[in-house]
Design a protein around this ligand. Structure first.
Ligand SMILES: [Zn+2]
Length: 259
């Protein structure tokens, strides 16, 4: 399969790809943060590359930027290994990536996230950077919103026949199953546990962002990581990517830049 990761490509290949219409770039922000007793700190990075690369293949004219990390993870700092960036540093990092890709000739940019804490900033930056570069013929959009994603998780939980709260959204049977689907060598499924089962809808996401994850869950898991397997990971990944592709295409269409 053709490599779509910019950081793996040589500059002549990149120039040729852009000249031949591969002029969309997908920029995900992830995190370096605690992911419960059983998943590695780079979980959102691994899932970010998987999501961004799959989205690029679906769009057909897109390349994938290096996944940005660390991100905004203040709410996970109580547990070791987590690194969080100051908001202005994170925003500067995203803006500098956007500036580079504009300079190199990309015309459409997707700003999305594989980590809940970055969503709000990424969609705000898509709007402000989009306005900033509009005169140069550049269109910048975000992907699926955090609320839509959490609602989809709740639907998937029912479809998968899982107990309420299982797909809580952090280090749960969603992220764990996807890591198993990808064959990640740092998953310790034997150490998977149940965490906070109240879900993140209805204000609990705010409680987590402000009080820290341990206010909800001492082991750092939101949901239940135990009922995880690669097949479940593939089903959930597919459904999430369908929703992401739909959101991105709609956002481009709304901005008047169809793909
Ligand atoms: Zn995660």
């Amino acid at each position: 399969m053709k490599n779509l990761l910019l950081e793996h490509m040589r500059w002549p290949e990149i120039r040729e790809a852009i000249d031949n219409g591969m002029d969309t770039v997908i920029l995900y922000a992830a995190s370096i943060e605690q992911h419960g007793p059983h998943l590695p700190e780079n979980t959102d990075v691994v899932l970010g590359y998987a999501g961004a690369e799959d989205l690029a293949r679906r769009l057909g004219n897109a390349l994938v930027a290096p996944v940005i990390r660390p991100g905004l993870s203040l709410h996970h700092m109580a547990l070791p290994g987590t690194v969080t960036l100051r908001p202005e540093v994170f925003e500067g990092l995203v803006k500098d990536h956007v500036a580079a890709y504009v300079q190199h000739g990309f015309k459409r940019i997707v700003l999305s996230s594989s980590h809940g804490g970055n969503f709000e900033t990424m969609s705000r930056l898509a709007a402000s950077e989009g306005a900033h570069y509009r005169d140069q013929g550049i269109t910048i959009v975000s992907g699926i919103s955090l609320d839509d994603m959490l609602e989809l998780l709740a639907e998937l939980e029912v479809r998968e026949g899982l107990a309420p709260g299982t797909l809580g959204g952090h280090s749960d049977a969603w992220e764990t199953s996807e890591m198993l689907m990808l064959g990640n060598e740092n998953v310790r499924q034997d150490l998977a546990e149940q965490g906070y089962m109240g879900g993140l809808l209805g204000g609990d996401a705010d409680r987590m962002f402000h009080g820290g994850v341990v206010a909800l869950s001492p082991n750092g898991i939101v949901g239940d990581a135990r009922p995880s397997d690669p097949q479940r990971g593939a089903r959930i990944f597919q459904a999430m990517q369908d929703a992401q592709e739909k959101a991105v295409r709609e956002n481009f269409a709304r901005a008047g830049a169809s793909l």
